[in-house]
Design a protein around this ligand. Structure first.
Ligand code: GLA
Length: 764
């Protein structure tokens, strides 16, 4: 029999005690009503967290997922199950540690732990490694107590002899079954100790040898490449050592079975870290074929000295399970991000259609030029006008000005007000580019505060794009950055900040603090970044923020909690973007993925693409325009105006709906097709792209997904042609099983169509 076990009830406040009594009553009722009630609760999608006192098994159930682990005979937390939801009355025997495997692999190494300290003889990835002042580095954590509070479970562990406490925190999302895990370390010894490695969590998969790992790699202008590889014995480390999230790897993984090639069937386990600093994910198949994924801070060059009495919190590591393949895993992530993670969740505002000046004017911004662009943008139906780099300090190019956040008086003699007023008078709101964490050596700020940047005393300071990284971990730098942003927002009617970050760290020293504390910069920098964002949002609740890092180098679930949208790549070639956007959506919702229509031929590949193609590519995300409108013809304006209006009619479906990858552009496929289905099921929109046709083969038939087989849907082309024999209306079953043919032939062709549910049952 499962019971709630709550040793710390007495420590709760009065209000929470009342809540707790209500929970206990509800639970008692549940016990009395037995299986019937438990099943009913499962059907409503509610989350339950239970502890079986007799077997010492914890069980978390939500949506389609069960997550089970127990306290074994060594008082350690051992994984028992993670996968499809089990029967409400299914029970597990008490966890039993794995036996020693000859003399070489002790139980500490062979047992699948939830969270394990480095001690005894641990040869797999540890979650926590500590060096104590006396040189001792042995840490053995054992279960002490736990507390269940609604959808949250906290478990306290302690070292066998030292006053080191670790609280494992589990929170479950009722709608998706996604778990959020983290750990808090507390030093109750009487001296400081140094944490040399600390991860948020370890996820253990069911034992198996047929797993495939998917992960994301990239670089500037080529972010979001999906990689696939079998999970072999040994370890694959995904990481950033850059001080920031980075594009080389993104902190996301998904694992499914090698045989499941279909996007939407089979089992998939996935996870992502909420951290925008250096991070690590270690995917390991151990010597007994147990697959574990451990993630959190990157242990490379890590060291956090924790004073007596201090607590230390890891980032969150989110994990989920889907029985609808990798496509289902993405849809679950998207749903979770929109409903539970983004600012204003569960109803983040739809992204406005945006214009951005960067590709049109680069640094050459001024009042007249921006006003002229604003007028043209407004005529297209654009809702937000964003002035990019170049408006501040002595910023003529990327050699000067970063750090000096005053409005450039030559370019804007009357400040920003006339431009902002003009933008408002055109019916748009106004956004501005900033890069708060950086400084050019050629700036007043650097001349005044050369000690404010990351550096090692007496060593060169390497520049990237002629800039250095301010050490945001320093309280004075944090105060400066918050101060100038707050002032900017107080003095100007700004609705949106594009927050850029155009290089990664070098020489990550912090000479102003004691040598033993210098590595704290990896943690304190990011904590200050988050606290600035949180404070600005609280003070200026109507301001929206985009996370940009020379493209998509700072996209993760940590920054996403504090920003409304992200810039996935500086690569705005609409064809390249198909691949980039496809990869992005494995982990992140297209609802926050900015996608600009820019000029053709593109600066990226010198490729010529029709305006329609460019629009359709961008309409798969959050639509923006970044072209030089001064060069557009009247025909271009007419096309763009029509397509902006079309986008508005499907934007809710694209931004909040369910995404299906019908044909992925991966592996140089000649075509790609995506489909989004609105949450209410009333609308679906499909985008089809032909990269290059060959030997008169027709475009593959498009088989839609996610429709109601028994409902009727009316089809209408958004752009491009449907085959002549396409019926005007048919059942969901017809569109999903007979499919749709589009007329696409040639190079770089595109088409899109919508399906609107007409209500009546099919065939009637
Ligand atoms: C980065 C961004 C671009 C643009 C420039 C401005 O590269 O990704 O979109 O804002 O900086 O300098």
């Amino acid at each position: 029999m499962y019971e709630r076990h709550d040793p710390s009830f007495a420590s709760l406040s009065g209000k929470r005690q009342v809540r707790r009594i209500a929970q206990i009553c509800a639970f008692t009722l549940l016990v009395f009503l037995g299986l019937k009630t438990a099943t009913a609760r499962a059907e409503t999608g509610a989350a339950t967290i239970r502890f079986d006192v007799a077997t010492r098994v914890f069980r978390i159930d939500a949506a389609d997922t069960s997550y089970v682990f127990g306290v074994n005979e060594n008082q350690q937390l051992q994984s028992l199950y993670w996968g499809k939801r089990l029967g409400a009355n299914d029970s597990f025997p008490t966890a039993k540690a794995m036996p020693e495997s000859a003399a070489f692999d002790p139980p500490i190494t062979t047992t699948p732990h939830e969270f394990v300290g480095w001690g005894v003889g641990l040869y797999v990835e540890p979650d926590l490694k500590i060096t104590f002042p006396d040189g001792n580095r042995d840490l053995v954590l054992k279960y002490v107590s736990h507390r269940i509070d609604g959808n949250q479970l906290d478990i306290v562990m302690k070292d066998i002899s030292r006053e080191v406490y670790v609280t494992l925190q589990y929170q479950v999302d009722a709608e998706t079954g996604i778990l959020r895990r983290s750990a808090e370390i507390e030093n109750r010894t009487d001296a400081p100790f140094t944490i040399e490695q600390v991860e948020a969590a370890t996820w253990n998969l069911p034992r198996g040898t047929d797993y495939r790992l998917r992960y994301l790699t990239g670089r500037w202008a080529a972010e979001w490449n999906v990689q696939e590889q079998p999970v072999h014995p040994g370890k694959t480390v995904l990481e950033s050592r850059r001080g920031t999230t980075g594009a080389q790897n993104n902190p996301w993984f998904a694992i499914d079975h090698v045989g499941d090639s279909d996007q939407d069937s089979g089992e998939a386990w996935f996870g992502a870290l909420g951290w925008s600093g250096s991070w690590q994910l270690a995917v390991e198949q151990d010597q007994l074929q147990q697959v574990r994924v451990t993630g959190g801070f990157n242990p490379f060059d890590f060291g956090y000295r924790l004073q007596k009495g201090e607590h230390f919190q890891t980032p969150y590591f989110y994990g989920g399970y889907s029985s609808h393949g990798i496509g289902g895993a993405s849809r679950m992530m998207h749903r979770f991000e929109i409903d539970s993670l983004l600012p204003h969740a569960p109803t983040p505002k739809l992204r406005p259609v945006l214009y951005n000046s960067w590709e049109a004017t680069e640094f050459r911004v001024d009042e007249a030029g921006q006003m002229a662009l604003a007028e043209k943008a407004a005529s297209l139906g654009v809702e937000r006008f964003v002035m990019d780099d170049g408006w501040f300090g002595q910023r003529k190019d990327d050699h000067a000005g970063l750090g000096d956040w005053y409005v450039n008086p030559q370019k804007f003699p009357h400040g920003l007000k006339p431009l902002i007023d003009k933008v408002h008078s055109l019916g748009m709101d106004f956004g501005l580019w900033v890069e708060p964490e950086m400084v050019n050596p050629n700036s007043d700020l650097y001349r005044k505060h050369p000690d404010w940047v990351l550096n090692f005393s007496g060593r060169p300071r390497s520049e990237g794009r002629n800039q250095l990284v301010l050490n945001l971990a320093r309280p004075d730098v944090r105060a400066y950055v918050y101060g100038f942003l707050d002032k900017l927002l107080n003095e100007n009617d700004i609705a949106f900040l594009k927050w850029d970050y155009n290089r990664n760290w070098s020489e990550p020293g912090w000479p102003a603090v004691a040598p033993e504390d210098q590595k704290k910069v990896y943690v304190d920098f990011i904590r200050n970044l988050y606290s600035i964002l949180a404070e600005l949002r609280a003070k200026h609740p109507n301001v929206e923020i985009e996370s940009c890092s020379g493209g998509g180098s700072r996209v993760d679930l940590g920054i996403m909690k504090l920003t409304d949208e992200v810039w996935p790549s500086d690569n705005t070639d609409a064809y390249d973007r198909l691949l980039i956007q496809d990869g992005f959506t494995y982990a992140y919702t297209p609802g926050i993925m900015m996608a600009w229509v820019t000029d053709s031929p593109t600066w990226v590949n010198n490729r010529t693409l029709s305006l329609e193609y460019r629009f359709l590519s961008s309409m798969q995300g959050s639509l923006g325009i970044g072209a030089n409108l001064n060069k557009w013809t009247p025909d271009d304006f007419a096309t763009a105006k029509k397509m902006v209006a079309q986008y508005k009619s499907i934007r809710e479906t694209v931004q909040r709906g369910s995404l299906y990858r019908l044909i992925t552009p991966e592996n140089n496929s000649e075509q790609s097709v995506t489909e989004s289905v609105s949450r209410d099921g009333k609308q679906a929109v499909a985008f089809a792209f032909l990269h290059s046709s060959r030997e008169r083969y027709p475009f593959p038939r498009i088989y839609l997904r996610g429709l109601d087989a028994n409902a009727n849907y009316r089809i209408a082309p958004l752009d491009g042609k449907l085959a002549k024999d396409t019926p005007a209306s048919a059942s969901g079953a017809y569109w999903m099983h007979r499919g749709v043919d589009v007329e696409l032939r040639g190079d770089f062709q595109a088409a899109a169509f919508t399906l609107e549910r007409t209500g009546g049952a099919a065939g009637n």
